[in-house]
Design a protein around this ligand. Sequence first.
Ligand SMILES: Nc1ncnc2c1ncn2[C@@H]1O[C@H](COP(=O)(O)OP(=O)(O)OP(=O)(O)O)[C@@H](O)[C@H]1O
Length: 595
Amino acid sequence: MAQTSETVHEFEDEDQSFEELGLDARLVRALLKKRIQKPTPIQRVAIPLILEGKDVVARAKTGSGKTFAYLLPLLQKLFTGNVDRKKLAPNAFILVPTRELCQQVYAEVLSLVESCKVQLKVVQLNSNMLANDLRAALAGTPDVLIATPACVAKCLSNGILQAASINGSLEILVLDEADLLLSYGYENDIKAFTPHVPRSCQCLLMSATSSADVDKLKKLILHNPFILTLPEVGNQKDDIIPKNVQQFWISCPASDKLLYILAVLKLELVQKKVLIFTNTIDMSFRLKLFLEKFGIKSAVLNPELPQNSRLHILEEFNAGLFDYLIATDVSQSKEKDEAPKESIVGSQKSRRKHAKIKLDSEFGVVRGIDFKNVYTVINFEMPQSVAGYVHRIGRTGRAYNSGASISLVSTDEMDTFEEIRSLIGDDENKGSISIAEFPLLTKNAVESLRYRAEDVAKSVTKIAVRESRAQGLRIEILNSEKLKAHFETNPRDLDLLQHDKVLSKNAPPPHLREVPEYLIDQTTKEARQMVKLARDAMGNNNRRWGSKRKLRKGGDPLKATASKRPHKKGVGKSGSSDGKNSNDGHKRQRKKDSI
Ligand SMILES: Nc1ncnc2c1ncn2[C@@H]1O[C@H](COP(=O)(O)OP(=O)(O)OP(=O)(O)O)[C@@H](O)[C@H]1O
């Protein structure tokens, strides 16, 4: 396919409104309902080009609003164009790498279509659906299809979608998270599909990083694309992480990671909500069990769980029903390659009886998923690539909200970390872009918790992990069935199930729920107080674009202290204890705006 490209460098008017970009009034109103007033830079450039019918390759940072950058003009074209009611295949295909993303994009499209009160049929398909269900979903030919490439390939090979129909109907094709599509193994699926994409079809390719894979896709699919590389994105190596995310790291032995994360969380040195990444499912459960002994409740998210549960966990976390989510990033672990693997449902005996449960190869929580209001991302285990790091950190600081990340780096992980650091940019002059040592955690603070942490860590044995993993899975399978039934009648009910249930057989001992004041040194107390003040100053709400509300200057303790390390004086002994544990008083509330 022909390959001429044009690069857009300048994005003049920062005050341009959605109307000025040529967006339909109905869409503008729908956005206002979501409290979205002003376009982001990528939206300012991409929307007019897409409305003009240009092929576009857009590369912009994580969380920069790429989804609306293509969705808004795509929907407008379908609203205002002459939709062919007799067509035999959808007019628009949106291909994404994971089911979670399918669901997320689907929900976004549906809410816009509903708000705009237009007649458009939208479906999402996944490759787990039976041929009959796929056929039923495609009956009456939807206008927009959201699916993984594997699912489209399956529909083609089963004759559920006809190549000729696609060729006759497809007007817009979007490859979202293009930097991922090939690494998720969809190359053959995409190759099976592209010959049927008509020459006239407008193709859009969205990505957060540039890579050989993106180039490959570009060559495979696009005609004369406009390549959008935002000035703020540029080509510099250090600019792929939003500037509003402060990155920190802590050096610690692998065997002390539980102790360090306990100190960071229990001493309240970071802001909530917190998203913690591990590389294996077992490690997620180990961490969950460990933390719950100290009264820190968390939910785990991994590819072993049924899809309903995964979606529900994401919804609940986004709605603010719990503050700590431990996500297994299988893209960074061997577990990905081991799928399908044996289930660990139940005991050894019952395990033999159970069929194998596959890890879901279309699972992905790291990339593209729009976690709402995550302030802190913690790499409990380091990702194994720079791209993995960028996408994990990109789960905070979304939509120009502020955020922070902390990577716990052991000696074994130092090489990877150095590589990440050199690619992300880590020199003195780059200020907040560099990955700084986490300044709020003192050696004393860590040591004060060592005895308790080591004691508890010993009790979280391999068997305990296995059992709780099996129990967690059992609960979620039950949940999943309930969810299925329940959501048919109450699609928006979030309160049915609780995903951050305690899995330990024994209730957490009361004395571990509180850290006695005498154990906390003065520096840590001050750091904790600063984090609390910052949280109060922000109302624990991250800012949105277009909002007049700004962070109080110097209100963020990490910014204030990133450059100066705390003095490591002796442990302050104070007999007083306010004994407050934010988890204990945590109220399960529904936050309306983030559903
Ligand atoms: N113009 C806007 N003003 C305010 N918020 C916005 C705007 N556009 C999008 N958002 C919000 O910003 C968040 C991030 O958007 P989106 O998921 O599209 O980012 P992304 O660039 O696709 O990120 P990633 O590369 O991680 O997938 C979403 O919650 C979205 O609702």
